[in-house]
Write a protein that binds this ligand. Sequence first.
Ligand code: FEO
Length: 388
Amino acid sequence: MDFTNSIKYIGVNDTNIDLFENQYKVPNGMSYNSYFIDDEKKVVLDTVDDTKTAEWLANIDKVTTIVDYLVVSHVEPDHSGSIPAMIEKYPNVKLIGNQKTFEFIEQFYKLNLADEQKIIVKDGETFSTGKHNLKFIMAPMIHWPEVMMTYEESEKVIFTADAFGKFGIVGTKEEWLDEARRYYINIVGKYGMQVQILLKKLQNYDIKVICPLHGEILKENLGYYIEKYDIWSSYKAEEDDDGVLIVYATIHGNTEKAALKMKKILEDTSVKTIKVIDLAHADMSETISQAFKYGKIILAASSYNMGVFPCMETLLRQLVAKNFQNKDIGIIENGTWAPSAGKTMKEILAQGKDLRIIEPMITIKSAMSEANIEEMKKLAEDMMRWRL
Ligand code: FEO
């Protein structure tokens, strides 16, 4: 697949994989992207997961018989897994990376690379391959510390490592947004500050094409993707201010009834978008993604073992670990003899930044009462008032 006169896509689709990073469901598979620059010197940018080595080497055979340089943007094994195979097939190839790139390659693959096989570059350095000029942009923690991007100056193409990638394979008509959000929030979401630094750096570049290591090559309307990254990395609500997310964790259905009543109450207000998630049945990574998307969230959960129902505890701990911040949060707890869900949820959320709990939280004793319904109406009013 050519997308400029001399830059070609040589990546692979993985439709056998069920869990990416052995944790994220990928019902539409995953792509491991790799690129080739056809110049006086022949350059490959990144390898692929070692489950796809043979297919990838065959893709290289279709475009070249020589590989002079391999740029290593990221050493996570979904991209570095075929480095040993590349060196075996092209023993004269030179690898381009930074100091950390080579440390990590040695840790993973014990290759004992000779000094002459390593080209160590620093932020802003350039490297000519003939008619093309590669400029390296260090992008630490997007998503590992060694990550670097490469800007090709003559064709204004940027190779962005994991950034701007998504779950799913290349070559379908699947929309970018939802699976790119789920990918970003879960995998890079913690590192918003580093993404903000990168986005500022990229303002200095005239970019015509974005080549991520997962998902489609982005060639049009690039401002749209960059704006999404700006919103996600600055922890702003992506949904407009009128949106409310209700996430509930129920054992026997009474907390669910309260959550659905809360939804009905909100429907009678000016709230435009209300999304309800049954946490026990939902995909955790998708719920995390949605939680980042909304600015206003209502958490309803049963008490359990003097704490909170386990799936809610998992969600909140994951959110806090991913730097979840800047939300208005209402809490509904349920308990029969010693409600403990609310206290536990608050304790976990206290570890986050600027997570504003709307007090008082609502306590249901076993099943929702008329008084609880009045409290929920007040919570809806308070939540809307906070917006003003
Ligand atoms: Fe696609 Fe961080 O690896």
